[in-house]
Design a protein around this ligand. Structure first.
Ligand SMILES: *[C@@H]1O[C@H](CO)[C@@H](O)[C@H](O)[C@H]1NC(C)=O
Ligand SMILES: *[C@@H]1O[C@H](CO)[C@@H](O)[C@H](O)[C@H]1NC(C)=O
Ligand SMILES: *[C@@H]1O[C@H](CO)[C@@H](O)[C@H](O)[C@H]1NC(C)=O
Ligand SMILES: *[C@@H]1O[C@H](CO)[C@@H](O)[C@H](O)[C@H]1NC(C)=O
Ligand SMILES: *[C@@H]1O[C@H](CO)[C@@H](O)[C@H](O)[C@H]1NC(C)=O
Ligand SMILES: *[C@@H]1O[C@H](CO)[C@@H](O)[C@H](O)[C@H]1NC(C)=O
Ligand SMILES: *[C@@H]1O[C@H](CO)[C@@H](O)[C@H](O)[C@H]1NC(C)=O
Length: 922
C-alpha cells in the first residue's frame, strides 16, 4: 500500500490487484531402474528440475487444480504418494506410475504456506521418501518491466514486471516523486506460486518525474530488483485563441504587434508545463513561430491569458491564425481569424483652432496641425503623412506616421483656407480636410448682398470667433461715420443697423487694435435707388406654410403681385415678372417641394389654375424686377387647394305638393354635379335616397336651409313602403302615403371622399294644388348680390281654376334667415320687413331694394299660394348673399387738386373676394 501525506487524495487499495497467471508447477522425479543400479530405491533422487521448458502443465487459482508431470525411468513402475510435510494426511492417494511420463492432478490444499512437499515412492517393499527441496534452493533472477515512460497524470498507469526464474513471488513497486520525495507503493502477490510476472496499475496523485523501483521477492527470501523512471505529465488543456493589437481598439494594422491570447476553456487540476506552441499566422511565405516551455498555469480561472505571440503582418487582408500547443503526451489546437486593415482609416488630424488671429504688424496668423490616430499610439513607419496648408509654399511630407506630431502653419494673408492632411499606407489613402479661418472678426451685411437699396435700413452682423473677454471694435460705415462697438464678454455676434442715402460704392469695415492683436475686416457693396414699391408682393398672411390661401380646385383665382414702379425709377423703366410654382409632396408638417412647370413664367397675372391639377399645398414665388436694372423683389405665398364640394340638387325645388296616388319623379341626376368636372354632369356620382315623415308643417323650413347642420330628421319615422334608391332618379308612388303626410326626401350625392346632401319636402294632399314656379326676375340666383334689388315672380298654372279664382289668388310670403357661421335659422316676421321691401308679404311679386339683404347669410323665401278651393301650394327658394370685397385699399394722388384741372390718379390694390366659397380667408 502507498504511503501518503494527509493532503493527498487517498488511493484506493483496489487499485492494486493481484493477477492470476496460468503458470506451471513442477515436480520432476527421476526414478532409476533398481535392476541396473542397486535393486533398492535408495538411489532415487527426487528434486525439482527448474527447467522452464518443462513447465507445461498449468495451475488454475480458481479451480485449485495443479498438474504434475512425472517421468519414470524404472521399467517396473513405482507407487507414488505425496503429502505436505506439515500434514500427516497423504493428500494424494498412492498412484501407480508405469515407466514413462505421467501427469498427476494435485489438489490446491497441498500448497499451504511455505512448507515443502513430501513425495514418497516405493517399489514392492522398497520405498523411498523424499522431501522436495526446490523451495529452499529457489533463486529469483531476470527481473524486467514494461511500461510507458511518459504518461498523462489523468490516465491509469500500468506496469508489467517479470522474472525469468523464481517462485512464491511477491512483486513490490515503489514510486518516489523526484521533487517531493513522496513514495507510493504497490504490492502484487500472484496467486500462482510459480508465477513469474505481475501487473500493477494505479492512478497518479500528481504530475512529476517518478523513480520506480520494482522488486520480486520469493517468500523464502531471495529477490531481484530494478530501478526505472516514469515521467507523469498533465495534458495540455483545451484553449480558445483570440487576438489583440498592441494598441487599444479593435482594428488591426500591418506592422504593429498582433498578439494571440490563449485562454483555457476547461478547468484542470494541474498546471501543464513545458508546452510548446506553434503559431501559424497564415501569411504566405512566413514561417510559423514556435514558443517553447510555455506554462499553462493553473487554470481554475479560465479567463487567464496564457500566451502571447507578437507578430507583425506585412500586408492587409483576412487571415486565419492556427495555434497548435502540445507536450509529450497531448496536443490541442485552435484557430482565430483576424482582419488586417490599413491604419489610414482611423488616422486623425486636427487644428489647434479653426480660426487664427491675424497679426497685422507681423502679417501672419499661425495654426498648429496635430496628427493622431484613434487607436494607435506608436509610430507607424509605413504610413506617409502629407500636410497641404492650402498655401503652395507650405507643404510637408512625413515618411512615417508619428502620433502626436504637430506642424505649425503660418499664413501671411487673412482668409479661409483648407488644410488637407493625407494619410497613405498599404495602398489606402485618407484625406482629412480642415477649414481654418485666418482672422478673428467677420463683418458683413446679413445675406451678404452686393447691392443695397438707399433709404432702407441694412443690418450688419459683427461676429467674433473668440468670446473670451470684452472687445472694442471700431466699425466704419462710411467715411467719417465710425462707431466704437463694445462686444461684451461672452458675446459673439452683434447686429448693427445703418441706412444709406447716397448712391455710391461703399467700404464698411470693422477694426480691432489691442496690444498685438490687430485686424480689419472690410465689407464692400454699392447702393442703388429703389424702383419697386414694395417688398411684399403678396399678402404676408400667406407667406407661411401654416396659413396658406384656401382655394377650390374648380375655381383657382389668378394671382398677381402688387409691385409698382416708384418715382426713383429711371425713365422708361419696365417691371418684369417671373413665377415659380412648387407642390408639397410630403404631408404637413413635413414639406418636400417639387417644382411644377409654368409655361410662360413671365406673366403679370398668373392663371395658377392652368398649372394646378390636383389638390394639395402649393408654393408660389414671384420675382419682380426692373428691366436693365439690379432692382428686384421676391416674395412667396402658399395656396391650399382642395376639391370643391359636390353640388346636390333635387329637381322641383325645395318642396312639392302632390295628390295622393300620383306618381312623383325624384330626380337628383339632372341638377347635381361635381364642380371639378362639370362636363360629366350628374354621371359618375353616387346617389343614396332616404325618406322620412315629418311630424308637422312647422318643421318644413327647418330642414330646407342649405347652411344648417340639422339632420335630426334622420331619427324620424321612415316613409311607408321603404322608399329608397341608389339611382339618380326614380318614381315614387304616393299611394303608399296617407293624406297630409309630409315626406322629407334626402339624397346623398357622393364621389371619392366627398359627399353633399339635398332634401326636398313632399306634401301628400287629397287634391292636386295648382302648380306654380317661382321665377327669378332679378338677382336671386344661388348667390345674390346683397347691395342689389331682388325680384321673384310666381307663375301659376291651374287649368281647372277659373279666371276669377286666379285673380283672387291668396299669396303669403315668408322669409327665414340663416346665419352661415352659427347655422342658426330665424324667421323674419312681416312686421320686421322694412320699407326696403317694396312688396308686402301678401303681394304676388316679391321685390326688395338693394341693401336689405345682409351679407354672409342664407335666406329661404317661401310663397304659399291658395287658389279657390284648391289646397294651398307652396314653393321655396334658398340662396345666400355675396360678401363685399375686403382687405384692399384705394388711394388717390395728388391728395388735393382742382376739379377739371388736376389729373387725379386712383389706385386700388389688395382687394380680395371669397369667390364661390361662402366665407372669407383669415
Ligand atoms: C531442460 O530441458 C531441455 C529439453 O527438454 C533440455 O534441452 C535442457 O538441457 C534442460 N535443462 C536443464 C538445466 O536440465
Ligand atoms: C503398489 O501398491 C499396490 C497396493 O497398495 C500393490 O498391490 C502393488 O504390488 C504395489 N506395486 C509395487 C510395484 O510395489
Ligand atoms: C500552477 O501554477 C501557478 C503559478 O505558477 C501556481 O500559483 C499554482 O499553485 C500552480 N498550481 C498547481 C496545482 O500546481
Ligand atoms: C497544427 O495541427 C493541425 C491538426 O493537428 C495540423 O493540420 C497542422 O499542420 C498543425 N500546424 C502546425 C503549424 O503545426
Ligand atoms: C483638399 O481636399 C479637398 C477634398 O478632399 C479638395 O477638394 C481640395 O482641392 C483639397 N485642397 C488642397 C489644397 O489640396
Ligand atoms: C480668457 O482670457 C483670460 C485672460 O486673457 C485667460 O486667462 C483665460 O485662459 C482665457 N480663457 C479661455 C477659455 O480662453
Ligand atoms: C476708427 O477707424 C476709422 C477709419 O479707419 C478712423 O478714422 C478712426 O479714427 C478710428 N476710430 C478710433 C477710435 O480708433
Amino acid at each position: 500500500m502507498s504511503r501518503m501525506d494527509n493532503t493527498r487524495i487517498p488511493m484506493s487499495s483496489t487499485k492494486f490487484r493481484n493477477k492470476c497467471f496460468l503458470t506451471g508447477l513442477l515436480f520432476f522425479l527421476i526414478l532409476t531402474d533398481p535392476r541396473t543400479s542397486a535393486q533398492t530405491l535408495s538411489n532415487v533422487v527426487i528434486e525439482d528440475d527448474g527447467n522452464d521448458s518443462l513447465y507445461k502443465t498449468s495451475f488454475n487459482c480458481a479451480s485449485g487444480v495443479a498438474l504434475l508431470s512425472v517421468e519414470n525411468t524404472n521399467n517396473h513402475g513405482v507407487n507414488l504418494t505425496i503429502k505436505n510435510t506439515n500434514d500427516d494426511q497423504e493428500v494424494l492417494s498412492p498412484v501407480f506410475i508405469r515407466e514413462g511420463l505421467a501427469v498427476l492432478s494435485l489438489p490446491s490444499s497441498l500448497f499451504t504456506g511455505d512448507t515443502p512437499l513430501l513425495v514418497r515412492a516405493w517399489y514392492q517393499s522398497d520405498s523411498l521418501e523424499k522431501t522436495t527441496t526446490y523451495y529452499e534452493t529457489i533463486t529469483v533472477s531476470g527481473l524486467t518491466s514494461v511500461f510507458k515512460e511518459v504518461v498523462s497524470v489523468a490516465e491509469t498507469f500500468s506496469v508489467d514486471a517479470q522474472v525469468t526464474r523464481g517462485a512464491f513471488l511477491t512483486f513490490t513497486f515503489f514510486f518516489t516523486h523526484s521533487d517531493t520525495q513522496d513514495i507510493e507503493t504497490m504490492t502484487v502477490t500472484p496467486c500462482d506460486v510459480n508465477a513469474l510476472s505481475a501487473t500493477a496499475s494505479m492512478q497518479w496523485v500528481s504530475p512529476g518525474v517518478y523513480n520506480m523501483e520494482i522488486s520480486a521477492t520469493a517468500s523464502s527470501g531471495p529477490s531481484d530488483s530494478i530501478s526505472e523512471t516514469v515521467t507523469v505529465l498533465p495534458e495540455v488543456p483545451s484553449f480558445a485563441a483570440s487576438v489583440a493589437q498592441a494598441t487599444t481598439g479593435s482594428d488591426f494594422y500591418p506592422s504593429t504587434d498582433t498578439r494571440v491570447l490563449l485562454k483555457t476553456t476547461v478547468t484542470t487540476r494541474y498546471n501543464a508545463s513545458e508546452v510548446s506552441c506553434v503559431f501559424d499566422f497564415g501569411e504566405d511565405g512566413k514561417q510559423p513561430i514556435e514558443i517553447h516551455n510555455l506554462m499553462f498555469n493553473n487554470l481554475a480561472d479560465s479567463t487567464i491569458t496564457l500566451g502571447l505571440a507578437p507578430y507583425q503582418y506585412s500586408t492587409t487582408g483576412d487571415f486565419v491564425i492556427q495555434i497548435n500547443c502540445s507536450n509529450a503526451i497531448s496536443q490541442k489546437t485552435d484557430s482565430v481569424s483576424v482582419s488586417i486593415t490599413s491604419p489610414t482609416t482611423l488616422a486623425l488630424a486636427s487644428l489647434s483652432r479653426d480660426f487664427v488671429l491675424f497679426d497685422y504688424t507681423l502679417h501672419a496668423g499661425s495654426v498648429e496641425v496635430s496628427i493622431g490616430h484613434e487607436t494607435i499610439t506608436n509610430p507607424i513607419s509605413d504610413m506617409v503623412v502629407t500636410i497641404d496648408s492650402g498655401d503652395p509654399m507650405q507643404q510637408w511630407t512625413f515618411p512615417s506616421f508619428n502620433p502626436g506630431q504637430k506642424q505649425v502653419i503660418t499664413y501671411t494673408t487673412p482668409g479661409l483656407y483648407n488644410v488637407n492632411v493625407t494619410f497613405t499606407a498599404f495602398g489606402l489613402n485618407k484625406v482629412v480636410t480642415l477649414p481654418v479661418r485666418v482672422g478673428l472678426l467677420d463683418f458683413y451685411i446679413v445675406g451678404r448682398p452686393t447691392f443695397v437699396k438707399i433709404g432702407e435700413e441694412v443690418v450688419f452682423e459683427l461676429v467674433r470667433y473668440d468670446t473670451n473677454g470684452s472687445l472694442t471694435v471700431n466699425v466704419t460705415y462710411q467715411p467719417n461715420d465710425s462707431q466704437l462697438v463694445e462686444m461684451a464678454d461672452g458675446v459673439d455676434k452683434m447686429e448693427l443697423r445703418e441706412t444709406y442715402s447716397v448712391i455710391s460704392p461703399y467700404r464698411a469695415s470693422a477694426q480691432i487694435s489691442e496690444d498685438d492683436e490687430e485686424e480689419e475686416v472690410v465689407y464692400r457693396f454699392e447702393t442703388y435707388g429703389p424702383c419697386i414699391s414694395t417688398h411684399d408682393l403678396f399678402d404676408t398672411t400667406y407667406r407661411s406654410e401654416d396659413t396658406p390661401m384656401p382655394a377650390l380646385l374648380s375655381a383657382i383665382p389668378s394671382i398677381s403681385g402688387r409691385a409698382q414702379l416708384t418715382e426713383s425709377c429711371a425713365e422708361g423703366s419696365v417691371l418684369q415678372y417671373y413665377w415659380w410654382l412648387w407642390k408639397n409632396t410630403a404631408t404637413p408638417p413635413s414639406f418636400a417641394w417639387e417644382e411644377v412647370t409654368i409655361h410662360q413664367p413671365e406673366a403679370v397675372n398668373l392663371v395658377v389654375g392652368n398649372f394646378i391639377t390636383s389638390e394639395g399645398l402649393y408654393r408660389l414665388k414671384l420675382n419682380a424686377s426692373v428691366k436693365d436694372s439690379r432692382d428686384f423683389v421676391e416674395d412667396i405665398m402658399h395656396l391650399s387647394v382642395r376639391l370643391p364640394d359636390l353640388v346636390a340638387k333635387i329637381s322641383g325645388g325645395d318642396q312639392q305638393q302632390k295628390k295622393i296616388g300620383s306618381l312623383v319623379a325624384m330626380d337628383a341626376a339632372l341638377l347635381s354635379y361635381d364642380p371639378a368636372d362639370r362636363e360629366a354632369g350628374g354621371t359618375g356620382l353616387n346617389y343614396a335616397w332616404a325618406c322620412y315623415l315629418l311630424d308637422s308643417a312647422q318643421d318644413i323650413t327647418r330642414y330646407l336651409s342649405t347652411y344648417q347642420d340639422d339632420k335630426s330628421y334622420k331619427s324620424l319615422r321612415a316613409c311607408p313602403g321603404q322608399i329608397s334608391s341608389t339611382s339618380g332618379s326614380f318614381n315614387v308612388d304616393t299611394g303608399v302615403f296617407t293624406v297630409n303626410d309630409i315626406a322629407l326626401f334626402e339624397v346623398e350625392v357622393s364621389k371619392g371622399g366627398r359627399s353633399t346632401v339635398d332634401v326636398q319636402v313632399l306634401e301628400i294632399l287629397l287634391e292636386q294644388p295648382p302648380d306654380f314656379n317661382l321665377l327669378c326676375r332679378w338677382n336671386c340666383e344661388t348667390k345674390l348680390v346683397a347691395t342689389d334689388r331682388t325680384v321673384l315672380d310666381p307663375v301659376i298654372s291651374c287649368p281647372t281654376c277659373t279666371d276669377q279664382e286666379l285673380l283672387d289668388t291668396d299669396y303669403t310670403w315668408s322669409i327665414v334667415k340663416t346665419d352661415i357661421g352659427t347655422r342658426v335659422s330665424t324667421e323674419i316676421p312681416p312686421d320686421h320687413w322694412d320699407q326696403l321691401i317694396a312688396s308686402t308679404y301678401k303681394t304676388k311679386i316679391f321685390e326688395s331694394e338693394g341693401g336689405w339683404w345682409q351679407a354672409g347669410y342664407s335666406y329661404t323665401l317661401t310663397l304659399e299660394v291658395k287658389v279657390g278651393t284648391k289646397p294651398a301650394a307652396r314653393s321655396s327658394h334658398t340662396f345666400y348673399t355675396n360678401q363685399p370685397p375686403y382687405g384692399g385699399s384705394c388711394s388717390v394722388a395728388p391728395a388735393e387738386g382742382y376739379a377739371g384741372e388736376t389729373d387725379f390718379q386712383f389706385t386700388c390694390t389688395d382687394w380680395k373676394d371669397e369667390g364661390s366659397r361662402t366665407s372669407r380667408d383669415p
